[in-house]
Design a protein around this ligand. Structure first.
Ligand code: 1PR
Length: 569
């Protein structure tokens, strides 16, 4: 008897388990259809793609028992796909049938006026003014959403409107953020990833007596047109580059233009030998990854990135030190975690092969919400360009890491991390990529005046240049199924000079998926500048946060003072 969690074998369900432990609730996993009989409350943390969820439920014999469980009137809490599965179908996979409990269908966000997926923190609007019906939600809080498909708020359709509990606006669209009727409560956002506000929602539901959970408070339903309220916020992300130092300890390090070793005193270095000596310094150590991740969570980071910049070639997949880091970080961090580095086909030292999909799956099960792919993304786009297409971008063949992971877990789980470098040319340059040239402004930095440049892709942490421009790369990966771009700049990394606004604007203009600006933040005003001058969804920094030069709270206060909406604690 008691609380059960339903896992159909995909995505990050560990985070919900960690969250429930944190708020002090015991639970068991549904491991067979018979467990539905024992469950007196059920949470379904659906993560990933609609088709994968439905197929996973059917293949485990859980689909019909789930329908019967809900029909029996016992309390049900659905999260994300756990909410969408209540509907008849989803445009994400029209051939997969949902439970059909809510007589409507899940549609796709339009990207005409905004980036899709809807990825980030947004507010909810209450349809019922009675606070007792709020289920632990707070109109002043922000909650973490990550989805391309949504249930539109059909307020004129009485049968659907009676399910509507709260709505959220993204761009011009208003969709159902939560539904509530009888024994069912479900939310489109991820409470387990929504920091303290999300923990409150889970806790409030679980603290109700089971009988109350099974009946929504009696009240007149007010189906009314939505009030315009765009609560979408810009995200601030802290990034940790993790590698083993020369003693074999895992540390957070930070490079200057990707060089992570200490500079050796120039007095005993000179000429060519000087360069060799400089790179021979110790790996910079800025702290322990799990402790730093926890610090950034507490300080209000909206999301965290952990980049594995050592390949750990000698570890079998399941012994990867980064998996242990992710597992431990996910126990104390209740905002989204992105893991990058080494997401590719690998072979264990004993010869056991693992596909990139399996590698990603191991990270998701450990508690990661997104994986970030850099080197393999460049190779995938080079390969797709060998298969010409009318849009000039090329065609994928379904085998790349981006395609396979996006198919199984949804595109919102796949980030492509880009490591471009400027290639300076004369302003009258007439060679390859001339249509993508950026020109130095007369009032810009002296080194850029009168010059032009394009942005070249690199692989293996900037160590190898490739014959591919950043525009070709981002357009290619968007078509392959990436859900977000993490845009670094080797020229700006660690310099504190501010984001490369030309690069950020160029990428933002060429794609419709969210873009995270990265590299070069030196002060809070740089965040204001990147949000005001480009239309990116998020900005990331590393060095200034690690060295405590600028706090996340200072960044957010400065943004709010400039009229830029951010999540506050
Ligand atoms: O190629 O798929 O295995 O992924 C490797 C990942 O590791 C890539 O995302 C790549 O960016 C990253 N990486 C590899 N080598 C380095 C290095 O520094 N030597 N780090 C590296 C990239 C850039 C950002 C940094 C921002 C902000 N570091 O991670 O956080 O530039 O820094 P700042 O605010 O201090 O300026 P694969």
């Amino acid at each position: 008897m008691g609380l059960y969690l339903l896992d159909y074998g995909a995505g990050n369900v560990q985070s919900l388990a960690n969250t429930l432990k944190k708020v002090g609730h015991e639970f068991k996993w549904i491991s067979s259809p018979a467990d539905f009989e024992k469950a007196t409350s059920l949470i379904f943390p659906g993560v990933g793609a609609f088709e994968t969820a439905i197929d996973g439920l059917i293949s485990r014999g859980l689909f019909e028992p789930l329908r019967q469980y809900i029909a029996s009137g016992k309390p049900y809490f659905g999260i994300c796909i756990g909410m969408q599965v209540l509907f008849r179908s989803s445009l994400e996979s029209p051939s997969s049938k949902g439970l059909g409990i809510i007589p409507s269908d899940i549609g796709l966000f339009s990207n005409a006026d905004k980036s899709v997926p809807h990825m980030g923190w947004n507010s909810v609007e209450f349809l019922d003014p009675d606070e007792r019906a709020h289920e632990g939600l707070d109109p002043r809080s922000s909650y973490y959403f990550v989805h391309s498909f949504r249930a539109a708020y059909e307020w004129e359709n009485a049968e659907v409107a009676q399910w509507a509990h709260t709505t959220t606006q993204y761009g011009q669209e208003v969709f159902l953020a939560t539904v509530r009727k009888g024994n069912v409560f479900a939310c489109q956002f991820h409470p387990e990833k929504s920091g303290p506000a999300g923990l409150t929602v889970l806790d409030a539901w679980l603290r109700q007596p089971e009988a109350d959970r099974a009946t929504s408070p009696p009240r007149p339903r007010v189906a009314r047109p939505p009030k315009p309220k765009d609560g979408f916020t810009k995200r601030i992300i802290a990034c940790m580059d993790v590698r083993s130092n020369d003693d074999g300890d895992l540390v957070v390090t930070k490079g200057d233009q990707y060089d992570v070793r200490e500079r050796v005193d120039s007095s005993d270095t000179a000429g060519v030998e000087g360069i060799q000596a400089r790179t021979a310094g110790a790996v910079r150590n800025l702290g322990k990854p799990v402790a730093l991740a926890e610090r950034y969570y507490v300080e209000g980071a909206d999301e965290l990135c952990l980049m594995n910049i050592t390949s750990f070639r000698h570890s079998p997949l399941l012994d990867q030190p980064m998996l242990a880091v992710v597992r431990a970080a996910a126990e104390t961090v209740y905002v989204p975690l992105t893991i990058g580095g080494g997401i590719k086909d690998t072979v264990d030292p004993d010869g056991t092969p693992h596909s990139a999909l399996e590698v990603a799956g191991a990270y998701f099960r450990a508690g990661a919400d997104k994986v970030s792919i850099a080197t393999e993304a460049v190779f995938a786009v080079e390969k797709m360009r060998e298969r010409p297409s009318a849009d000039g971008v090329g065609e994928g063949d379904g085998t790349s890491a981006i395609e396979t992971i996006a198919h199984a877990y949804g595109r919102q789980a796949v980030v492509v991390s880009v490591d471009p470098r400027r290639v300076y040319v004369a302003p009258d340059y007439d060679g390859p990529y001339k249509d993508e040239l950026v020109y130095g402004k007369p009032d810009g930095p002296e080194k850029e005046r009168g010059k032009a440049w394009w942005y070249q892709c690199t692989v293996r942490g900037g160590r190898e240049d490739r014959p591919l421009s950043v525009v070709q790369l981002v357009r290619g990966v968007e078509k392959l199924g990436a859900g977000e771009i993490l845009l670094n700049s080797i020229d700006r990394d660690g310099t504190g000079l501010g984001y490369d606004l030309d690069l950020v604007a160029l990428v933002r203009q060429n794609i419709r998926i969210p873009v995270v600006a990265s590299s070069g933040a030196g002060k809070a005003e740089h965040f204001v500048e990147v949000f005001q001058k480009t239309n990116v969804e998020a900005a990331l920094a590393a060095g200034i946060f690690h060295r405590r030069e600028v706090g996340i709270d200072e960044v957010k206060t400065t943004l709010l003072a400039s009229g830029i909406n951010v999540r506050t604690l």
